[in-house]
Design a protein around this ligand. Sequence first.
Ligand code: SF4
Length: 300
Amino acid sequence: MIVSIDTNSGFCFGVTRAIKAAESELQNGALYCLGDIVHNGQEVARLEMKGLATIDYDDLRTLPSHSRVLLRAHGEPPSTYWIAQQRGIEIIDATCPVVKKLQDRIRACYEQHRNDENLPPQIVIYGQPGHAEVIGLQGQTNNTAIVIENTDQLDRLNFNRPIYLFSQTTKSVEGFQNLVEAINSSIINHKSSIVPEVHDTICRSVANRVKELQAFARANDIVIFVGGAKSSNARVLYKNCVEVNPNTIFISSPDELENFKSKIINHKSTNPDLQVGICGATSTPLWLMEAVRDKIINEQ
Ligand code: SF4
């Protein structure tokens, strides 16, 4: 049996940068992180062992002044900065520069069009409602942006008003293109003459992974996708693997391999040269994929 790890899997630039910032700032004393620093329980636990304390918005409102709070790669709405300022909290801003740029673009669009029709501009975000990055993006529009997750939700749009479309950075390019096509069809069906302003703001550090990941999944007999249960990027990339290799297993930790042991043994009994590929999301640490690999090798 050959077991290999996908060299293109693992933390993206933004997450790596936020974790480095946390590790460096922890050397200067107590540090809080607003929300999980990454959608991966094991990595959160590793940093908590080093002293990082994960807090929520309620905690933020009660922290003593001069506390130091790290903002993760997903970014935050303006209200978070305002609360911190009111409470005298020091912000260590590890928002990914790609997300920051997107926030700025959405805010600029909102400011430019906020007085156009005596109505908030119809800013549409293709994204997952309630996702931390999306909350940060909505905040740039005074929470007036409409979040659309799929084409079934288009009845929430007014096709006779201008549409400004953006995307959460981790959504799929294909899903975004489908949405654009569906919006254009709806405009025609409504006999409207508007031309939507389309901003493809999907992060290529994620989007470009799909092809490489699918090539890796195809090249292996069994694929073990390691990802956090809370990670939307993990769900998207896992689906991409399943599309090309139905023998793809999703696990969050090496312990969960137990549930699939018989499946791996069955495959091995019919194919002694079985190739097992381990891959993960942008939030999956390399050390976790290595732990999965070691468990498979040690237990075969
Ligand atoms: S996926 Fe892209 S935009 Fe999102 S944190 Fe990673 S590098 Fe930044």
